[in-house]
Ligand binder design. Sequence first.
Ligand SMILES: [Mn+2]
Length: 424
Amino acid sequence: MITKENIWEHNFAHEELHKRQLDHLATSLTDQGIVVEDLLKKLDDFQIAIPSWALGTGGTRFGRFPEGGEPRSLDEKIEDVGLLHQLSGSCNAISLHIPWDIPDDAQAIKSLANSFGLKFDAVNSNTFQDQPNASFSYKFGSLCHVDKAVREEAIAHNKSVIDHGVSLGSKALTVWLADGSNFPGQHNFREALKRTQESLEEIYAYLPGDWHMLIEYKPYEPNFYSMVIPDWGTSHLLASQLGEKALSLVDLGHHLPNTNIEQIVAILMMREKLGGFHFNDSKYGDDDLTTGSLKPYQLFLIFNELIDGTEHTGNPPLSWMIDASHNLKDPLEDLLQAVEAIKIAYAQALIVNRLNLEEAQRKNDVARAQQILQDAFRTDVRPLVAASRLRQGGVFDPVTVYRQLEIRKNLIQKRGTKTISTGL
Ligand SMILES: [Mn+2]
């Protein structure tokens, strides 16, 4: 849908402006002793996976207001991620949700993805919904269920998700459990966690040697009294007991308000147990708003810990994914904004003067420590992010190009107005 000429024309029209902005920033960074080329390389390499369920309109339990043109099949979802990657140069992977996106022909799907320069990131299992041909219900839990037969069904499902992932070249299974209780007395907390651990052990034993299991946590919803894996501590406990291949996954929206997420990141990395990240933003809970739309400073502080942890711990490489819901905005525009926000926060964190910060910390110079962080946060790094995007074959201003080429209108013409792309 976007030709090389489209990209060239747009970039050419903005060349002068971009050069002026970049020169100004690069001079100021060079004066601070920062090697701009090193920064650009790090930004080029930073790729964010797009989940297959984020390409359609999100919703709440009250309603959903789709704009149309949503992908009708896995092929079309891959096309949409390909489009995001073409514009941004930063989304070279797709994360599948099983059973919403079971590939009929793994080889064909793999080559389609390859044609867009895409790989398959972590595969996600789903035991929070009953499936049409299931023998048992997950109404009262899956891996934690009191009935062994239900647990076995959920275990078998996770194993089949691994099989699908293997056929696509994925290297990780993400497990998020809706398991929990809605009322006091419903669960024996200890037994529910113990059963969950035993179930996870069986799935873990099935993981290929070069795979990881990422364990996501969430404090509430869909269960409102207790969740079996409510927090990073429980996730870390399970991951530690399972073994080296099991790691914790932090979803930004899965915390109670005001939780210090950057501290969680630091500690999990210290333990070499942080495996992945789900980006979104929130004011109250799992709001699933666009990353960076509400708390860009928090996002920056998280990246600051991620970079520090990468330099000073043996934490394995992380799996990065956007996990948001687009209720009001065009999902593709929303995802482009999220990618931009993530890269801005990353770039800002990369320019933190770490030597000066360490010195300020050693001397208990609190005011200076704050100043060092905020100097970086208040630097407008957008020209740098744009420069990296252009190096990756992307465009100067992705959302503007998306609008000028009337991509949504084209998608509606091609796919219709009534398509629904998510499984919910
Ligand atoms: Mn998530």
